[in-house]
Design a protein around this ligand. Structure first.
Ligand code: C2G
Length: 709
């Protein structure tokens, strides 16, 4: 066929990827198409669209009223369409270049045909072309499976059917509105071919907090819309397949989304009446092969017995918790935590401290604790420590995820941590959670990250979990104004920011004297007659052994450094706490020391005469000492470009040089005085911007703000 195809592309709130969608159209081997791009502000949209599309009259921009739903935008597109066929392409997706060709080659006399869907990540836009087997599958009785994803995209639809039936999208509902179009259409059309090789790439939304897709809308909205649409569509006139499709959609939504809400049984009031109305329409046959929990729920809903339902729902949640709990040792502890410990009274003066997930006695929690130990005698302390460590004041220590850990987590009035708590941590009402965080951000954080490249996680889940965590924080410490501003935005944080500087840096102001430094060196058996270089790089999101265990390849030529500087310097190698690689120190005895397991990096800063780092936040703290800092950034292009992105311009704002290879490093160390001289103005500005809140009294200020007298 060589009929005109009208591609309808709503672009509202989704402008960023439009050029990629359009490029995938430009590359189509089938060229007889027009594109209708819908947006409420066409002149602004034209600013971001590549010129080629503005100059090509196949591309038409249609202005829609602001705040219309996507269905209404598509309806506007249908009205304008001149084609014999309609095809919906969303502006953040893209299609394989043979898409329109394959669909039109195979549609024949059928009024509708569908291609295949593939999910892809936000950052990628690679197109796969499958070998030409031209495989087709016919959908008839099971054609409703083609809209299990609740979507009208990727169908080529005869315009004649739409003209004849006058079918349009409902403009009343924000989410699920595609069902109001697709379900009646599939009632009309009994047989739909499906082409395996025509691939539609649908981007997974990576930011459910700031930029949610419709599917990521709040559950209230989804419930309102799905139930409303169900009530409108679900009539006895529908085919058996359509009725089954709708009933199952409602039951699945109930089981997967609403039941979760009912963990807090006060939400039942909000939804119950709506549930009764819709669930009564469900054909009883649908429940035959379902479990007894669902059957009992449905029975109580159908007979409109809210208090029975509430009791049942609470009981079912208990059963589910028990079932999940008894499956594993950790589950059993979490069950006790959730169902028993959490209901006990608070121990009012108890504080639980944790630093880097129980890996060390360190960072700001350590310094807050030390201050409290001396100045807050009425408090009791528990430290989460995975390995036995001597801690001054001999507090009780518990292993992370031990029974006692859960016990204290539930009963402590105060929780202090410098990283995220596990997702299973439930913040009790009136419990106070002080989050100290662990560094001034250079690398983009949480909500500011475009894509997340860590193993075992996808961007949307990462951000959703992160947002749930930051919602639990009552207080957050900011080391400087710059961090304070970033934290507010990137952590979606509305509670109290303590603009106090970092407690962990108090020591850099208060103990920066030769006696203390000598004592610290003795403790590590380090020579006191040589200067110390500290090498403290960060981790790489994409280099790992398994989840949470990262690899680090040391790119410093230590042998060469030893030869060159061995008489004057020693070097301390400090890997990031998530790095699991061992460093080979053969033949480097007396020159290189692995201090990765030393608990407190602040003490290492004090001992060292110069820092080499990369993209780690360590340099923001180290600058308090005003000692030289070198940046060994051999992989800056990959790190900045693909992995994280930075908040500051590394080239222009850092207090030291960027070094790309070992020659550069050696040269900079050799000429460290002139390097320092060269960077001295920048160092001053940097110090002013990032270190001026650190006055040696941060711990005191934090404790005064958070803890009662
Ligand atoms: N750290 C360390 N040793 C290293 C690197 C870091 O002990 N070799 C400690 C420092 O206290 C540092 C903190 O861990 O400030 C955070 O490390 P970063 O390298 O900055 O990386 P990350 O853990 O990803 O945190 O806002 C800060 C960011 O979240 C960065």
């Amino acid at each position: 066929m060589n009929n005109l195809i009208s591609v309808i592309t709503p672009a509202e709130k989704n402008e960023n990827y439009l050029n990629i969608a359009l490029e995938s159209l430009k590359k189509q081997t089938y060229t007889n198409f027009e594109v209708l791009i819908l947006h409420s502000d066409i002149s602004a949209l034209k600013e971001v669209v590549d010129d080629v599309y503005l100059d090509d009259d196949r591309y038409t921009f249609v202005e829609t009223p602001a705040e219309v739903n996507v269905g209404a935008a598509r309806n506007a597109g249908i009205e304008e369409a001149k084609g014999d066929y309609i095809y919906f392409l969303d502006s953040d997706d893209y299609i394989s270049e043979n898409m329109l060709q394959l669909l039109s080659d195979n549609i024949g006399e059928f009024p509708m045909i569908r291609g295949r869907m593939k999910s892809t990540d936000f950052s990628s836009s690679s197109v796969i072309i499958l070998p030409g087997t031209n495989k087709i599958k016919m959908y008839s009785n099971r054609r409703y499976n083609l809209i299990r994803n609740n979507s009208a995209i990727n169908f080529l639809i005869s315009k004649e059917v739409l003209d004849r039936t006058k079918l349009r999208f409902s403009e009343e509902f924000k989410t699920y509105s595609d069902l109001t179009f697709m379900l009646p259409l599939l009632e009309e059309i009994q047989m739909v071919p499906y082409v395996y090789e025509a691939i539609y790439f649908r981007r997974r939304r990576n930011d459910p907090i700031n930029h949610p897709s419709l599917r990521q809308s709040p559950v209230e909205q989804l419930t309102h819309d799905l139930f409303g649409i169900y009530n409108q569509l679900r009539t006895e006139d529908l085919s058996e397949e359509a009725q089954r499709f709708l009933d199952n959609k409602l039951l699945n939504f109930y089981r997967k989304r609403l039941v979760v809400e009912f963990k807090d049984d006060s939400t039942i009031d909000q939804y119950f009446d709506g549930l009764v109305e819709s669930i009564r329409k469900i054909d009883p046959e649908r429940l035959e092969n379902k479990d007894f929990i669902l059957k009992n729920d449905v029975r109580a809903i159908k007979s409109n017995k809210k208090s029975t339902f509430r009791k049942l729902s609470n009981f079912h949640h208990l059963l589910r918790d028990i079932k999940r709990g008894i499956a594993s040792k950790k589950g059993r502890k979490e069950l006790l935590y959730k169902r028993v410990f959490k209901n006990m009274d608070f121990k009012d003066n108890l504080v639980v401290f944790e630093s880097f997930q129980g890996k060390s006695y360190s960072d700001s929690p350590k310094y807050i604790y030390q201050y409290m130990l001396e100045n807050k005698k009425d408090y009791k302390f528990v430290w989460v420590m995975n390995k036995p460590v001597n801690i001054p004041g001999k507090p009780e220590t518990v292993k992370r995820f031990s029974l006692k850990y859960y016990y204290y987590l539930a009963r402590a009035k105060y929780v202090v941590s410098n990283v995220r708590m596990p997702n299973s941590y439930i913040k009790r009402d009136n419990q106070i959670y002080l989050q100290t965080w662990h560094g001034t951000p250079l690398k983009r954080l949480a909500g500011d990250m475009a894509d997340v490249h860590m193993p075992g996680t996808n961007s949307a889940r990462y951000k959703r979990n992160f947002n749930r965590e930051t919602d639990k924080w009552d207080y957050l410490i900011a080391p400087n104004q710059y961090s304070s501003d970033i934290f507010r935005r990137a952590f979606w944080f509305n509670n109290t920011i303590l603009q106090t500087g970092y407690p962990r840096n108090d020591i850099l102001t208060n103990d920066n004297d030769s006696e203390t430094i000598k004592r610290l060196k003795w403790r590590l058996y380090l020579p006191t007659n040589k200067k110390i270089i500290l090498y403290a790089p960060t981790w790489r999101d994409d280099e790992y052994y398994k989840v949470g265990k990262y690899r680090f390849d040391l790119n410093l030529d230590l042998h060469r450094m030893k030869e060159k500087f061995g008489d004057e310097y020693i070097i301390l190698l400090r890997m990031h706490y998530v790095v699991a690689s061992n460093i080979d120190l053969t033949d480097l005895e007396g020159f290189a020391y692995d201090v990765s397991s030393y608990s407190d990096i602040s003490e290492l800063y004090l001992m060292s005469d110069m820092l080499i780092t990369d993209y780690s936040s360590v340099f923001f703290d180290y600058a308090n000492l005003r000692r030289p800092i070198l940046f060994y950034t051999y992989d800056i292009e990959k790190y900045q470009g693909q992995l994280r992105g930075f908040y500051i311009d590394m080239e222009k704002e850092l207090p030291g040089p960027l070094l790309m290879n070992n020659d550069d490093v050696i040269d900079a160390i050799e000429n460290i005085d002139s390097v320092s001289e060269k960077y001295s103005d920048r160092y001053d500005a940097f110090y002013e911007r990032f270190c001026s809140w650190d006055d040696g009294r941060s711990s005191e200020k934090v404790v005064d703000a958070v803890f009662e007298k």
